[in-house]
Design a protein around this ligand. Structure first.
Ligand SMILES: *Cc1c(COP(=O)(O)O)cnc(C)c1O
Length: 373
């Protein structure tokens, strides 16, 4: 089976992890916490970086640091992993779901503009499958209306827009280091910002609201969202190797793009000329497919030993999001119906990619014949 993803862990990760283990600093104090934050600041081009327990807690802390709460609206794209939505609900704010762009599959600034109200407090843009959202346009909207921009950059570490790295493009950026992400430490996350006050709040909130100097004096309601030194050791190694990890993934995506360029019915996620996407997951649309046809392609590929993923369902389809089901987002709905992500990871070799593409093409051709029968 060719898996959808596989972490690339080498001797450096092993060495740092065992070093942390042998030192006895296995909890959330220890030198790798700061080392990973220093390494992340460099990759993200940001003045401050704080590591946390995962990408979802990173989003939660970002909204808390902005004082977003009940009565506030947060604009989010319909196409994203559910964590983006859940963070808004955790702080008691109201998610306002808008459509994504046809080409980049990222939040549509025109739809954002149309969704602004007196209650809008923040916009969470998502760098879908590694492609940075249009922060140039979002910054104009944010400034004009006095609304903060949060980048959910869980999928886009190493990408850039208009020459500036992901992690420096929004007021606050959040990352995930889950096992399938570009950089992983098992479970982990981080927040970057250039604002020292936001960084201070995030460090306090991730540590039970602890006063930085007075022991057991908790100034605010906080959380235990800390990362362990063991995870940070793996993370430090991954961040030191990030250019190699990205280069290997780019090679995989280059092969896919080349092998599929002659198929007009298989349309890869597009990109903006200002953007350098991080090569997270090669994703495509089966033009004109219905959901059952797309699901048949997924099943047939599985039968050929290839694991894939459907593109995320539109957020308003989540049954617990009461009252949202009527929202219309044609692009997000189309992607949820006919989108597929293919295996993308540094260790995938050329023959693996060829096998994935052959299995995709034969499944699509078979499904077209079924459709016409
Ligand atoms: C992975 C991911 C997250 C959440 O990260 P976890 O570390 O799994 O909590 C949030 N947003 C997006 C877009 C993601 O892909």
């Amino acid at each position: 089976m060719i898996p959808i993803s596989e972490p690339d862990l080498g001797p450096l990760e092993r060495r740092y992890l065992l070093d942390a283990f042998d030192s006895g600093w296995i909890s959330s104090l220890g030198p790798y916490i700061e080392r990973s934050e220093t390494a992340l600041r460099a990759v993200a081009g940001a003045r401050h970086a704080a590591v946390v327990s995962n990408g979802t807690t990173a989003l939660h802390l970002a909204l808390l640091a902005l004082n977003v709460g009940p009565g506030d609206e947060v604009i989010v794209p319909a196409t994203t992993y559910v964590a983006t939505l859940n963070a808004v609900l955790y702080v008691g704010a109201t998610p306002v779901i808008v459509d994504v762009k046809t080409d980049t599959w990222c939040i549509d600034p025109l739809a954002v503009e149309a969704a602004i109200s007196d209650r809008s407090r923040a916009i969470i843009a998502v760098d879908l499958y590694g492609h940075p959202a249009d922060y140039d346009a979002l910054a104009v909207i944010g400034t004009r209306h006095g609304i903060a921009i949060v980048a959910d950059a869980a999928e886009s570490l190493g990408g850039s827009l208009s020459g500036r790295p992901v992690g420096s493009l929004a007021d606050i950026s959040t990352f995930s280091f889950f096992g399938n992400k570009v950089v992983t430490c098992g479970e982990g996350g981080a927040i970057t910002t250039n604002d020292p006050e936001i960084d201070r709040k995030i460090r306090q909130l991730r540590n039970q609201g602890n006063h930085p100097d007075v022991r057991y004096y908790h100034e605010v309601l906080g959380y235990n969202y800390r990362m362990t030194n063991l995870s940070a050791a793996i993370l430090t190694a991954q961040l030191e190797r990030v250019s190699d990890l990205i280069a290997s993934r780019k090679r995989v995506i280059g092969w896919y793009s080349h092998l599929l360029e002659n198929r007009s019915d298989i349309v890869p996620q597009g990109s903006s000329s200002r953007a350098q996407a991080s090569p997270w997951m090669f994703s495509l649309e089966l033009a004109g497919a219905t959901e059952p046809l797309r699901d048949t392609v997924i099943l047939r590929m599985r039968g050929a030993g290839v694991e894939t993923r459907p593109v995320f369902r539109a957020l308003q389809q989540m049954p617990y999001l009461l009252g949202a089901q009527g929202i219309e987002t044609p692009n997000a709905t189309r992607l949820a119906r006919c989108g597929i992500s293919l295996p993308t990871y540094p260790g995938l070799d050329r023959s693996g990619v060829e096998h994935v593409v052959e299995s995709l093409i034969s499944a699509v051709d078979a499904v077209h014949q079924l459709g016409h029968a």
